[in-house]
Design a protein around this ligand. Structure first.
Ligand code: NAP
Length: 309
């Protein structure tokens, strides 16, 4: 490491901060974690504040912040940080609307700091191998199947069922972050979203896309999958059938595994953030978020059985 560590604050201390951000920041080497801001959560061994505003006032030496609260509450925090000239790492999804994130990008540019709209699944171990394979082959169709058990992965997360919480598109946007990286440009042609009668966000979605050269892509999202979980992207090509499974962890061609490694998504995200901070650049790709917005815009709403935790 040639530069001094980036002085970092972390905001919204909950599940993903404990599971991924704290271990990744400790491991990555480019950072000094200085402070945290959260209404209830605390991080041992550093200064803790109840709000980002209190943290920004008390810690003028902070250089960057990671914003890990649910997406509905991220814009105001990001704006405060950017206006205080801090570099900003946004958890996925980067915001609750496309236009608010576009505005954050404008604010980052205006204040001369970096904005990172992170997409952790893009850094899954076999994603680049899948992208390289598809670049070398002629695609004929693709299918995204993202089926998991919401009770197992999101217990007691009320925000995820609220407007702006995205429902099943919270994991689904991870699939879209990979698909928009490895497949040709694509556009939604139809969508049906299943809303439990007692919830404001969908529990399942059935989406069809057309690529820019007219090929069909389907996406099935299901949050009631018990037993084996599937986070798979399949592609039919002139060089055989590609299956990217395990959320981007494993690549198989015609049934033979050709790439599989332990995952290191968050250390790679923090490495990328350090790169853009040092280069005074931003990395904000809104394609996955735009597809979610389009699914809600074009999607037919079907009311299904009530959901209870
Ligand atoms: P979480 O634990 O429910 O929320 C994170 C923290 O945000 C909470 O502990 C809470 O801390 C704060 N928060 C909650 N509601 C808030 C509000 N109304 N205003 C301000 N702060 C609020 O959620 P999470 O699982 O960590 O997910 C957070 C983000 O990370 C989401 O965008 C999610 O998509 C993304 N993510 C999650 C996972 C995962 O496996 N869970 C994986 C990758 C990405 P305080 O109460 O202390 O303020």
């Amino acid at each position: 490491m040639t530069s001094s560590p980036i002085k970092l604050g972390i905001v919204g201390v909950g599940k993903i901060v404990r599971d991924q951000h704290l271990p990744a920041v400790a491991k990555e080497g480019n950072y000094q974690l200085v402070a945290a801001a959260s209404r209830h959560g605390k991080v041992d061994g550093i200064a803790n504040y109840p709000t980002i505003e209190a943290m920004l006032t008390a810690e003028p030496g902070l250089e960057a912040v990671s914003l890990c609260m649910p997406p509905q509450f991220r814009y105001d925090a990001a704006r405060a940080a950017l206006e205080a000239k801090k570099h900003v790492f946004l958890e996925k999804p980067p915001g609750a609307t496309v236009s608010e994130v576009e505005h954050l990008k404008t604010l980052a540019d205006k204040n001369g700091v970096s904005l990172f709209a992170s997409w952790h699944s893009r850094y899954a171990p076999a994603v680049e191998a899948a992208r390289n394979f598809l670049a070398s082959a002629k695609l004929t169709s693709a299918a995204i199947n993202w089926k998991e058990d919401v009770r197992r992965w999101h217990p007691n997360q009320e925000w995820i069922w609220e407007p702006g919480g995205f429902g099943v598109f919270d994991p689904g946007i991870n699939a879209l972050s990979i698909a928009t990286h490895i497949l040709p440009p694509m556009f939604i042609t139809s969508a049906a979203l299943d809303f439990p009668e007692n919830r404001a966000a969908p529990v399942a979605a059935h989406v069809t896309f057309r690529t820019s050269n007219g090929l069909p892509v389907t996406m099935e999202l299901d949050w009631l999958q018990t037993g084996p979980q599937s986070w798979d992207i399949l592609a039919e090509t002139d060089k055989g059938k590609m299956v990217l499974s395990g959320g981007g962890a494993r690549l198989a061609l015609d049934g033979k595994v050709v790439h599989e490694e332990p995952e290191a998504e968050y250390p790679m995200l923090y490495k990328r953030f350090a790169e853009i901070v040092r280069a005074r650049a931003s990395d904000v790709d809104l394609a996955p978020l735009q597809h979610v917005a389009d699914a809600f815009m074009l999607g037919k709403r079907d009311v299904v059985e009530a959901f209870f935790d």
